[in-house]
Design a protein around this ligand. Structure first.
Ligand code: AMP
Ligand code: MG
Length: 725
């Protein structure tokens, strides 16, 4: 952006009250006035949106402002990222104040100085300023600042920093910092219209209206209380009744922590700072961050199986290319009142004895000679019908009348019927597939059943535009994880690596990947091994997606998130999902430089939980739709069916549960029609590998108290083919 263009601000009003009734909002008019009056003419009219106190809504709107195409590369005003996002509201201590929690994970580079400046300025007005919890920083090319919700407090905070922001905004947007700094701090101060050294000079409001202690306070609307309900998990009847680990303290009552690996165990976060997404929001986030599919042209062959066709494919040749017989028999001329040729209009009855003039086999080298009136021609199935013939009499309707001299073939045949009509037993050219007709539509997946390959081959299509299949690498993590090939006895805390062979098998079975690469095991110590192996996956093995298992729980050796964020410069898009099993599922993207060109793209990292059931369930729920998308499909994941549950199963009141089952077909209880039935694979603890063997589906147990009773209906997601129970 050039320095002379106006900077583009955006204001996000975060308030349940204002979202319900925008006319109650007074913050935006106050902020708008501040931009106009105190902005030194550097700011365009702010755009504004209102959202509820909802982490996902806040993040969605802010990202829509910060994550667009770069504004420096676009000439259209009003598109691309804005220069400054200010939020107002949700920075207090009320139950539904979590704007800082929504904004923090979006920030790529924090700016504590801005926070400090705002707090210092409003502290001049009221000591209650310390009751605001602002955050500030840079996301992509945009500066984000959270202001308090009271119009007065919001205005004071913005006034405190507004003059200083243009320079930072330009730098964040990519202005060369050397030229921006030419002239030193004094010049910057002069340009900004401020003078150095005292905090007061940046505060334009010094009226001690502190009795109205509003600066740091938020809007005083009533708050919803949506407590997480605790729930017991008894053992006992039916399936699913095992105790799951549960924290007995609330995250808001715990001290702040860090994910810096170098700080050691004591400083590490003891509860996850990542917002919890629903399964569907998690999938939507994956789609938002997945690269678009790439088209490539491949030869038609059985190797095309599993690819998704990228364009409508038209027939290059008609099928059949010539008039072909449908049966073995004799080509004849039958009477056809509507025919243009007299020979057909006046043809005599076919009943009688006729000389066999020629033979037409299904062969490639020649066409049979034209048929003359009074003759017939022997013809085999699929062979070209001689010119002038307009029907074929099947061999069953004939007898041999006389043989040739060498007695090897018929010289004449007797046709026993005159009921054969014009066109009978003949496939006209193009009657199966017309020339240029669409034979396979864009988006069709070439199945392993042969139908699509068959029709493409028949229609003479030799080159097929398809979407490239992604390359996926599978890696296990953990010092305890031991390769299956290890022949020694397990000692200490060693466990066999079951996730890697299991996921490699699963992904091969999907047949959506060009290659599934075994990336081995990354040990937890030394810490940098995970970083190194992920880099190797992208660079040496050329994978688009690295899938790890383990290392996403809350232990001090759970390195995936810090490795992505701190060592690989990537971004964790989500780190928790409301589901069972699979809660710590993590999805991230990391920047990747392509070769020497310096061009960058983003590669994906799925950090699946280490427990085998969690790993397999989350691979099916999150990795599958992503791989489907990248391979050119819509990404709808596993097929959904409704099943009758055999035996009662317990639901979880806090999370949707994916219960491993065998789905098969059985006769209805009343002896009636066939139905799909599901039988649990037994105890569902996430570490229990046995719950996976034979499982071909996931029962989707709704998040609620109680049970699905024996014989009750439930949705299931099919992972594999239906088989016997
Ligand atoms: P983590 O998230 O690394 O703490 O792993 C959670 C649990 O899953 C631990 O009990 C691990 O031992 C187990 N686990 C981790 N990776 C694997 C693997 N590749 N195969 C089987 N179990 C694993
Ligand atoms: Mg581990």
């Amino acid at each position: 952006m050039s320095s002379s263009a106006l900077l583009r601000p955006a204001v996000l009003i975060v308030s349940d009250t204002a979202a319900a009734d925008p006319s109650t909002d007074r913050a935006f008019p106050a902020l708008r006035q501040t931009f106009a009056q105190d902005g030194a003419g550097k700011w365009a009219e702010p755009v504004v949106e209102i959202v509820r106190d909802d982490i996902l809504e806040i993040q969605r709107v802010v990202r829509s402002w910060t994550d667009g195409e770069s504004s420096s590369s676009t000439t259209t005003p009003g598109t691309g990222p804005v220069n400054l996002v200010v939020t107002t509201g949700g920075t207090g201590f009320a139950r539904r104040d979590f704007t800082p929690e929504a904004i923090s994970p979006l920030i790529h580079r924090h700016a504590p100085g801005i926070v400090h400046g705002m707090l210092a300025a409003s502290f001049q007005v009221t000591p209650f300023a310390i009751m605001s919890r602002p955050v500030a920083g840079v996301r992509n090319k945009t500066i984000i600042v959270t202001l308090p919700g009271s119009p007065k407090g919001a205005k004071e905070n913005l006034e405190a920093i507004l003059k200083l922001l243009p320079h930072a905004c330009l730098q964040a947007a990519g202005e060369d910092s050397r030229s921006a700094h030419a002239g030193g701090v004094k010049k910057l101060e002069k340009d900004a219209g401020v003078s150095g050294s005292t905090a007061n000079t940046t505060t334009t409001t010094t009226t001690p209206a502190a009795t109205n202690a509003s600066s740091g306070h938020d809007h005083s609307h009533s708050h919803h209380h949506d407590h997480d309900h605790s729930h017991g998990h008894g053992h006992g009847h039916g399936h699913g009744g095992h105790a799951i680990p549960k924290a007995h303290t609330d995250p808001s009552n715990r001290p702040p922590q860090s994910n810096d690996m170098l700080l050691g165990t004591a400083a590490r976060a003891r509860s996850s700072p990542y917002p919890m997404l629903s399964v569907s929001d998690a999938v939507a986030t994956i789609f938002e961050n997945s690269p678009a599919p790439i088209v490539e042209v491949r030869d038609l062959s059985p190797d095309l199986t599993g690819y998704v066709v990228a364009e409508d494919i038209r027939a290059v040749e008609a099928v059949p290319a010539y008039s072909a017989s449908i049966v073995d028999g004799y080509a004849v001329m039958v009477r056809d009142a509507k025919a243009t040729s007299a020979a057909h209009r006046d043809a005599p009855s076919t009943k009688g004895v006729f000389p066999v003039a020629s033979v037409s086999h299904a062969q490639a080298s020649s066409m049979p000679p034209p048929l003359q009136p009074g003759q017939v021609a022997r013809i085999t199935t699929g062979a070209p019908v001689p010119a002038n013939a307009n029907a074929v009499v099947m061999v069953e309707d004939t007898v041999i009348a006389s043989l040739t001299d060498d007695k090897t073939e018929e010289a004449t045949v007797e046709i026993l019927t005159d009921a054969v009509t014009a066109g009978e037993n003949i496939r006209e050219p193009g009657s199966d597939i017309k020339l240029d007709e669409v034979v396979v539509t864009k988006g069709t997946r070439i199945s392993a059943l042969g139908g699509e390959i068959g029709v493409l081959a028949a229609a003479g299509v030799r080159k097929v535009p398809v979407y490239r299949k992604p390359v996926v690498g599978i890696m296990s993590t953990g010092d305890e994880v031991t390769d299956v090939a290890y022949e020694g006895t397990l000692t200490g805390g060693m466990i066999r690596d079951s996730n890697r062979p299991s996921l490699l098998t699963l992904l091969r079975g999907w047949d959506l990947c060009e290659r599934v690469v075994d990336l081995g095991v990354a040990r937890d110590t030394p810490h940098h091994e995970l970083e190194q192996k992920i880099r190797d996956g992208f660079r040496a093995h050329g994978v688009d997606i690295v899938v790890t298992t383990g290392g996403v729980s809350m232990g001090e050796l759970d390195l995936l998130k810090p490795t992505v964020e701190r060592s690989l410069g990537g971004q964790v898009h989500f780190g928790r999902v409301s589901m069972k099993p699979g809660k710590p599922t993590t999805f991230a993207s990391v920047p990747f430089k392509l070769g020497s060109s310096g061009e960058r793209d983003r590669r994906l990292v799925f950090g699946l939980p280490g427990n085998p059931a969690s790993a397999l369930v989350t691979a099916n729920l999150f990795l599958l739709p992503c791989v489907q998308r990248m391979a050119g499909l819509s990404g709808k994941g596993l097929e959904r069916v409704v099943v009758k549950v055999q035996g009662r199963v317990r639901c979880d009141a806090a999370r949707t549960e994916y219960h491993r089952v065998v789905v098969g077909v059985a006769e209805g209880r009343d002896g009636g029609s066939l139905t799909l039935v599901a039988k649990s694979t037994g105890m569902q603890r996430s570490s229990r590998v046995g719950s996976l063997a034979r499982a071909n589906a996931l029962l989707v147990l709704p998040q609620r108290e109680g049970w699905i009773e024996d014989g009750g209906d439930c949705e299931a997601l099919m992972m594999g083919m239906i088989h016997g129970i």
